[in-house]
Design a protein around this ligand. Structure first.
Ligand code: SAM
Length: 251
């Protein structure tokens, strides 16, 4: 896996390609609201992107801190929050190291923002930053793709055409798997109005639920619950998403 590939991957093309493809936000926000704990309604959004989930949570009344490495995404999210006078602070930093100065009642890592390097130690480091960013008893909710479903429905390529204010954006995605490393590689090729615009390559660890649970346990979390999606369903081989809710121990 190329080191720090995400520094190039996440750009404005990705925002249009990703947000247009995603219809799940209201269900995700309702799930989180129902799960969140603590008297103080505070949320740390680790790898918050442009605020896709953080902003609806702030609109729902949570005080949010979001961290992301992408300067453009952080600026967009902060502008959107300030325009609506929301209680939300967005910080540009490396999530492997960033720990909130004041611990929050809840933390999330949404939309497959985890497992970007092949070493378990890196994923554990990111989870540990979340551990120290929540109060004892606080929760860390991680959302990822569901590997059994991905394998069952595997497509080697997919093309999506998205209508944007600046014309049609066509996203060609190809997928390949390294079984020996347990890594899924995605190549995103963008075309604007039929003209090639950019190409990006990203990698994610292919976690079975038990493997992701082990990462969270090794980071220091406990009481880990598994869901098959934001509708609180049981995880099955038909679940298209995997959600884990982990708790920071009291002592
Ligand atoms: C797939 S996007 C998801 C964004 C957001 N969680 C959502 O659901 O819309 C992954 C995000 O993780 C961020 N990211 C990846 N690695 C990071 C790191 N080491 N530190 C901070 N942000 C990171 C990227 O910049 C990108 O915005």
């Amino acid at each position: 896996m190329t080191s720090r590939w995400w520094e190039d991957f996440f750009d404005s093309d990705f925002v249009e390609g990703f947000s247009a493809a995603d219809l799940a936000i209201p269900g995700d926000v309702a799930f989180l609201q129902a799960r969140f704990v603590g008297h103080a309604p505070t949320v740390f959004d680790q790898c918050c992107g442009y605020g896709r989930i953080a902003l609806p949570l702030a609109h729902a009344g949570f005080a949010v801190t979001g961290v992301d490495q992408c300067e453009d995404y952080i600026a967009r999210a902060q502008r959107a929050a300030d325009d609506c006078a929301l209680s939300a602070t967005f910080v540009r930093a490396d999530a492997y190291q960033y720990v909130c100065p004041m611990p929050h009642a809840n933390a999330i890592c949404w939309g497959t923002s985890f497992g970007y390097l092949s070493e378990d130690s890196q994923a554990i480091a990111m989870a540990r930053s979340a551990l120290w960013s929540v109060v004892p008893g606080g929760q860390y909710v991680v959302e990822y793709y569901a590997l059994p479903h991905l394998i069952r429905t595997f497509e080697a390529s997919r093309t999506t055409a998205i209508e944007t204010p600046s014309g049609t954006l066509t996203v060609h995605r190809t997928f390949s798997v390294s079984w020996s490393d347990g890594v899924l590689t995605q190549r995103w090729r963008y075309e604007r109005e039929g003209r090639a615009s950019s190409e990006r390559v990203g990698h994610t660890r292919m976690y079975m639920p038990r493997e992701l649970r082990d990462v969270l346990l090794r980071a220091g979390f406990e009481s880990i619950e598994l869901f098959g999606g934001a509708n609180h369903s049981e995880f099955t081989d038909h679940s298209s998403r995997m959600i884990m809710v982990a708790r920071r121990p009291y002592a």
